[in-house]
Design a protein around this ligand. Sequence first.
Ligand code: PLP
Length: 433
Amino acid sequence: MSSDDELIALDRAHLWRPYTSSEDHETRPLLVVDRAEGPWLITAEGRRVLDASGSWWCNNIGHGHPRLRAAITRQSERMMHCTLAAATHEPASRLAAELVGVAPDGLSRVFYSDNGSTAVEVALKIAFQYWQQNGRPERNRFLALPRGYHGDTLGAMSAGDVDEFTGLFRPLLFDVQRPPDAVDHRWEPVFERLFALLREAADQIAGVIVEPMVQGAAGMRMYPAGLLARLREETKRADTLLIADEVFTGLGRTGPMWACDHAGVAPDLLCTAKGLSGGVLPFAATLATDRIYDGFRGDKSRALMHGHTFCGNPLGAAIAREVLAIYRDDDVLQAAKPKAAKLATGIQNMIDVAGVTAPRSLGMCAAFEVGALGYAGTIGWQISDVALELGAHLRPLGNTVYLVPPLNIEDADLDRLLDIVRESTERVLLGAQ
Ligand SMILES: Cc1ncc(COP(=O)(O)O)c(C=O)c1O
């Protein structure tokens, strides 16, 4: 038995895979990855496969970045973990200052956790508790967009609306109001209805949570910056909190550092994870304004009732500091602009493959549709199987095929990825050989 076969057998015997039925687990192909470098996943035999889904949207500056390797080694020799309860350490405190330095204006406080869902839970709890103890307890509900995705824990699922993920759990979730979904990709009526919901019940709304600019899990759905800017105005007018879930969009995925920057807006709370640690370690943060932080002054009954064992973990914080240093030193966002343009052209060109619709991109995030069924579709999966044979690991959202390569991918590798996506799509949709 080769070692890959052995690993697959062990995996199938004992592992429980995310979003995978036990049946699929036993039958669908598994890529056994031995190591990873830049945009490449590499097997033990040396087969190189492009990681087009960024290992679940977090691999923003490539696998195995030498500076991240060095940073983790350095930090591991000093301290790998230490509580953040009545103790602090250099990585956590310096990172907080550095994050505030790159955050949208006014976000001056950093609460650490360890994954995107939790960063969202923290934001929801902060918003709720803030109003409870600052004279507005009736502000206890949230508004959100249709088809939002904010993670898989119960609070994050309540804020979310991708029924395929959360539908079954509805009885366990708290009520979050949202307008009906967009018809024919027309977002204006959706936001108008959201604003109406906000105006109708402004006094009862603790916050409005959105994925700024791109709804990832809903199928890389993109909406105009002007609507985000208007949402900021409306939330200010209602004196409620705007929560930007930048777990996927942050750290330059859509072009600027934060997707909120497209609209020139600063939210009251911002959630970041995934690319924050370069996709290397579970690490997340929820950023807040001084106004909110000040609402937690007083005796200990007013403290934010939330904390995690690995809050501000020194390894994660050291890696995140190094990530920000790489962004500064390599001017990652500027350097990604021509790559984003190349990605945009490649994706737009997919329109001449019969059966491809709605090619779109924003920064280093691109997608197109290969059928009407969205997440329930199977054509995207067929394309993904062919792409794997050709050397790219795609993880479609059903019939939405998307690419989120590293922001610093080499041009030749990006060309190769676009070629593979084209060829695999043509083979499936046109039956071409
Ligand atoms: C917008 C958004 N929020 C939250 C999450 C949840 O992050 P995690 O998987 O780290 O819990 C995701 C994950 O894809 C996401 O895209």
